[in-house]
Design a protein around this ligand. Structure first.
Ligand code: RRO
Length: 321
């Protein structure tokens, strides 16, 4: 079975399943294990201006309904990501779309990141990570929880790129629908809902945190109802495509997000236990009938044969997933 490609924020995707930021490095790390070309796409690890070693170990801990991470934005920095990592993606991916995730500590850093990456090949869109729970922004809380900072980042980045800007928002936002509207008004072409939820795991014996940094971001099955709820709430309030992420283990879970109003989904934590989970979900979705728009035959927007963002190859409608 095949899916016909669909255009989402002006980019043609062969199927709705992407690997989430932070779960697939810069793609090369998974080559030989995961067939990235079978996916709708992938999102890179969030890039910061300077290289970052990340937070103290242990950086991840499991619990019965998921896991908590505090990686602390470990990444090679903008220049190495652009010069050493992106060329591999440009050379190796034709059908899967790449979103580059960027994370600044100041408005100006986001602008520099987008400006610095813009001329590079090998990616179709930016995911603006405004919601990392593990890295104290200079002077305050996560960008997506600060309306002025959020709109400044998106508005300033908008002026630096012709690529789509996808804003990744936080789940612990009492005004998520208003935040989503503000992001779109500032120029976001789409929204990723949601990042991990702040959480803490303690050793029941000595009470010590099980994460080196003390607290982290919770992901996995427990996050799915939160994510589906966020997508459902925001879908009625904005007129841009949504990417649903949080707790997707199988095609049924992906369908929950699609029915709630997401156009694409991202698979994250599931890949740690089963690296090919996203491939399996894409394959299983292609066998389902009556997928919601834009993947269903009669869906809103319908299938598109538009050429993708900066990835040169058009998506052939006969491509197996
Ligand atoms: O690197 C991390 O610790 C991290 C990031 Br940037 C993020 O956006 N979400 C998360 O759970 N961890």
């Amino acid at each position: 079975m095949t899916l016909r490609p669909a255009e989402v924020f002006r980019v043609a995707f062969q199927n709705p399943v992407l690997l989430a930021a932070g779960t697939c490095g810069f793609g090369r790390e998974l080559s030989g294990v995961v067939d990235l070309e079978a996916l709708g796409g992938m999102v890179t690890k969030s890039i910061t201006m300077a290289p970052r070693a990340g937070n103290p170990a242990p950086r991840v801990a499991e619990f019965d309904a998921g896991m908590v991470n505090s990686i602390g934005l470990a990444n090679p920095g903008m220049e190495r990501a652009r010069d050493d990592k992106l060329p591999w993606l440009a050379d190796h991916l034709r059908r899967a779309r790449v979103l580059v995730s960027v994370a600044g500590h100041t408005v100006e850093e986001y602008v520099e990141l987008v400006r610095g990456m813009e001329a590079a090949d090998g990616f179709a869109a930016f995911e603006i990570n405004l919601s990392c729970p593990n890295d104290q922004r200079l002077g305050g809380r996560a960008f997506s929880l600060d309306r002025d900072a959020l709109t400044a980042v998106i508005g300033r980045c908008r002026a630096e790129t012709s690529r789509p800007l996808i804003a990744k928002l936080a789940p612990n936002d009492p005004d998520l629908v208003d935040t989503a509207r503000a992001a779109v008004d500032a120029g976001a072409d789409g929204l990723t809902l949601i990042n991990t939820l702040p959480g803490r795991l303690l050793d029941p014996g000595d009470g010590h945190p099980r994460i080196g940094a003390g607290q982290g971001g919770m992901s996995g099955p427990a996050l799915r109802p939160v994510g589906v709820h966020a997508v459902n709430a925001v879908a009625g309030a904005v007129d841009v495509p949504l990417i649903g992420v949080g707790g997707i283990l199988n095609a049924d879970h992906a369908l929950e997000y699609l029915h709630a109003g997401a156009s694409l989904v991202q698979v994250g934590t599931a890949s740690f236990a089963a690296p090919r989970a996203a491939e399996r979900i894409a394959r299983d979705l292609a066998r389902r009938r009556d997928l919601p728009a834009p993947w269903g035959a009669s869906g809103r927007g319908g299938p598109s044969h538009a050429s993708p963002g900066s990835n040169p190859a058009a998506v052939p409608s006969t491509e197996p997933v």
